[in-house]
Design a protein around this ligand. Structure first.
Ligand code: GAR
Length: 202
């Protein structure tokens, strides 16, 4: 059984699917701690309802990253909880080197586009406005460069003529839920090997 920590800022649908997969033993993990930078975030309410330890930790004065001391506090709390893998599930701040070196090659993120296309915010909206025919999602290991770490898995969805940002994001999220559980399962089974930019699936 692997202990994992989850960081999120939003409604927590990826968290909910992962928690469900853990409970049904689809993946051999225990969610040891959920942290959020947003007070009252949906992810915290969902964790609380499931009796999973969860906490809001104030992010400090910056908008796109955590204050350095706060970032160390996040790392400290996750270490104290005995966490081996960090799952970013809609965590909307960039993590920096001190955190990433505390969990080297052990931080995963899901991004709602086919990276390297459309990094950054509201990627599904970017794809729609760009006129792309396909969108999708990417699970990758996190490195200091935003949305640019070694790719573990990707899935595509079509962009349909009548899509709105909401309908497209919902279609992408269905794939996210499947893909994230699968990536965590592969990690738990020791089947992900990082080789430079690439991840080899054993
Ligand atoms: C997901 O679509 C995720 O890909 C995205 O936030 C959403 C969180 O949804 N993450 C990013 O854009 C990170 N750059 P959730 O709270 O329902 O899991």
């Amino acid at each position: 059984m692997k202990r994992i920590g989850i960081l999120g800022s939003g409604k927590g649908s990826n968290f909910a699917i992962i928690a469900e997969a853990a409970q049904t033993k689809t993946i051999p993990v225990e969610i040891a701690l959920v942290l959020s930078d947003v007070p009252g975030a949906g992810i915290l309410a969902l964790a609380e309802r499931r009796g999973i330890p969860c906490r809001f930790v104030a992010p400090g004065k910056f908008r796109t990253k955590l204050e350095p001391e706060v970032e160390l506090e996040y790392a400290r709390q996750l270490k104290e909880a005995g966490v081996e893998l960090i799952i970013l599930a809609g965590f909307m701040r960039i993590l920096k080197a001190p955190f990433l070196s505390a969990f080297e090659n052990r931080v995963m993120n899901i991004h709602p586009s086919l990276l390297p296309a459309f990094p950054g915010l509201e990627a599904w909206k970017q794809a729609l406005e760009y006129g792309a025919r396909y969108a999708g999602c990417t699970v990758h290991f996190v490195t200091p460069e935003m949305d640019a770490g070694p790719i573990i898995q990707q899935a595509t969805v079509p962009i349909l003529p009548d899509d709105t940002p909401e309908t497209l994001h919902a279609r992408i999220q269905q794939e996210e839920h499947r893909l994230y559980v699968e990536a965590i399962r592969l990690w738990c089974e020791g089947r992900l090997r990082i080789e430079g930019r690439r991840v080899r699936i054993l």
